[in-house]
Design a protein around this ligand. Sequence first.
Ligand SMILES: [Fe+2]
Ligand SMILES: [Fe+2]
Length: 345
Amino acid sequence: MDDFSTRADFDRLAAPYQQTISGTQGRLVARKVLFDWSQTPLEWIPQQPFASHLINQINLILPAGELWFCRLFNQALPLITDAKLRDDVQQFVRQEGMHAQAHVGVIESYLKQHGVDTLRNTRIMEFLFDVVLADQPFGRKLPRMLQRRWLLFRLGIVASVEHMTCVLGRYALENKQWDAAGADPSLVDLIRWHGAEEIEHRSVAFDLYRHLGGRYASRFYLTAITFPLVFGLWMDGAAHLMQQDPQFAADKPRAWRPWFWRQWKQAQQAGLLPSVGWLLAKEMPFLNPWYDPLYEASTEDAMAYLMKSPAAAAGAAARQTVRAEDRSPFEGEALGAGPKGSVCG
Ligand SMILES: [Fe+2]
Ligand SMILES: [Fe+2]
């Protein structure tokens, strides 16, 4: 136990946390989660196949991207000189690792169980993160003088994407229409648990990018790259999921066809998806010189959801059980560990 018996002791222990550039409130917590996908239908929002597939594509986008975040942040760790920020980054990595693991669980235990081809979409993501945005892009070793710049550029990409995930996380927490439409509680919980942790750690990537030299002007080209890229991959992948649905056979779903956007508008009017205009408008604060992720969402709202998330409660209970029974060899299985999950541990 630390001894706080004198003021000097307290000051010594608190010193690393007193002058920090970290905007994260308190210490981030990496929560284990446990989901049961056995009862979740493919059309998980009843009578809403378009919105169901569109949101399901998120599960195919995220794992490769989040594991890439983890690898980049681990690389950046030795460059961080701020103790609080270093701890934020380590906890961020643990949270993102768990997010990736949970979405791999969705792919394996839910989408594939319904006969959905996920490989085409996940391969695109792996090509993007493991080849194009790799340490050695397209297998080419960068000159030493460019390696740090390449790392900083990619950390800027993460900061820009993390702004989007915070915005979407807030949308998920505030959406009431999924519940009113009778959406599957496990999938709603997955999205809200993930969204709440995105809100909780919303400052970390931005703080890290600025700490290592990221400049204001770069936010313009980062947004110009990430928004169309994320949006394009999301729509294209969702259309591929819809192409596999027999009820859409006559519609030939493609992201560039007017049918796709009419369907989107209907789902948006039903309150099941945000509008494209809303998504674009929510990018604007990131371009503001006084942007601070802290003001984009409420940590209290995120915590309130995390306190009642069924998957987080089940994960905590499973961990307690494993500890009590001291059966460490089963820990990964009990907590739904997926392929590559340990990369971020
Ligand atoms: Fe995440
Ligand atoms: Fe995140």
